[in-house]
Design a binder for this molecule. Structure first.
Ligand code: NAD
Ligand code: IPM
Ligand code: MN
Length: 346
């Protein structure tokens, strides 16, 4: 019986609601697969910030670092200035723990609704760079609030950072049956970063001769995600493009309530972190209206990362079965969690 330690950050809005269900399902499968999860919950987010002014103190970050994995709900609240929690909590975790692979799988489950009339067989994964790009905070503002205001957000792309995520994406493509990789960027305009990405893919390609590689500008990629999403297998892209594309990917594959993600540190120098792609959804928070499936599938990604593939599959199968029986009748967040947990427990 193996024990894993889990840092849990429920966060804001629907974060705590969906995290409760993910933990419920995790516990339901753990027993069968001979593992236990020792959980420590971290009270971080809007409430904490209002009470103490803290987003994520370094001492707590170092405690979180000691765990085997992190499960996060969502962060961000209308009562806190935009960016304070997103940068000070979520991005601080991703950057400090070197989550350079932001893994976001998308597939259309049998019988799931898509707004696309005829989407075809959609099953792809976005490997979104997680530690660089325009997210890094390299910018500033001058003469704020005056007609002469200047605001900059400089995208940072390092050869080291680009190559490691590109290599990871190629390795993932290699492990998938279709063996295809699409680089998405905007190298016709963002020529400095774009050409670094393109050259890196060209170089790494030599080590993966079986992989078919293509390239799309990000604007065209949004067309194909709607007109022909089945063409994609592995997409590798920059931090911001990946953010935008994965909300679109969620929308065409059953909705944001199903989209799971892993912030992976492939070198395992720090724990990886698993969270739904969606945010704190203030418009439905506290009403038991949120779909917890994305959080539950994120827990499955967590299990897979810890080497518990069978337990992960038990969750995926339970989710697939639950989705197949969704009739459109409204269930509460907890009811969905209960139903999936019951199935997952066998
Ligand atoms: P959002 O994802 O929170 O919500 C967008 C829309 O999707 C809303 O209508 C919401 O009700 C709906 N939605 C989201 N999750 C759902 C679920 N599980 N079930 C049913 N409906 C769901 O995005 P937003 O409104 O742009 O952002 C709200 C806040 O969340 C902001 O503070 C933002 O910064 C933050 N955010 C955090 C994360 C994160 O923690 N990883 C991700 C995205 C946004
Ligand atoms: C996501 C979110 C975050 C991002 C924000 C809240 C920092 O939109 O996880 O997709 O942009 O990465
Ligand atoms: Mn996003």
């Amino acid at each position: 019986n193996k024990n894993f330690t889990l840092a849990v950050v429920p966060g804001d809005g629907i974060g705590p609601e969906v995290t409760t269900e993910a933990l419920k399902v995790l516990d339901a499968v753990a027993a069968q697969h001979g593992v236990t999860f020792e959980r420590t919950e971290y009270d971080l987010g809007a409430k904490r910030w209002h009470a103490t002014g803290e987003t994520l103190p370094d001492t707590e970050l170092e405690e979180i670092r000691k765990h085997d994995a992190i499960l996060l709900g969502a962060v961000g609240d209308p009562s806190v200035p935009s960016g304070v929690l997103e940068r000070g909590l979520l991005l601080k975790l991703r950057f400090t723990l070197d989550h350079y692979v932001n893994l976001r799988p998308s597939k259309i489950y049998p019988s799931v609704g898509s707004p696309l009339a005829n989407p075809g067989e959609v099953d792809f994964v976005v490997v979104r760079e997680g530690t660089e790009g325009p997210y890094i905070g390299n910018g500033g503002a001058l003469r704020v609030g005056t007609p002469a205001e200047i605001a900059t957000e400089v995208s940072v792309n390092t050869a080291y950072g680009v190559e490691r995520v590109v290599r990871d994406a190629f390795a993932r493509a290699q492990a998938r049956p279709r063996k295809k990789l699409t680089l998405v960027h905007k190298n016709n305009v963002l020529v400095h970063a774009g050409h670094l990405w393109t050259r890196t893919v060209d170089k790494v390609k030599a080590d993966f001769p079986e992989i078919a590689v293509d390239y799309l500008h990000v604007d065209a990629a949004t067309i194909f995600l709607v007109t022909d999403p089945a063409r994609f297998d592995v997409i590798v892209t920059d931090n911001l493009f990946g953010d935008i594309l994965t909300d679109l990917a969620a929308a065409i594959t059953g909705g944001i309530g199903l989209a799971a993600s892993g912030n992976i540190n492939p070198d395992r120098t720090a724990p990886s972190m698993f969270e739904p792609v969606h945010g704190s959804a203030p418009d439905i928070a506290g009403q038991q209206k949120a779909d917890p499936t994305a959080a539950i599938l994120s827990a499955a990604l967590l299990l897979e990362h810890l080497g518990l593939a069978e337990a992960a599959k038990a969750i995926e199968d339970a989710v697939t079965a639950d989705i197949e029986e969704r009739t459109g009748s409204v269930r509460t967040t907890a009811e969905v969690g209960d139903a999936i947990a019951k199935r997952a427990a066998g």
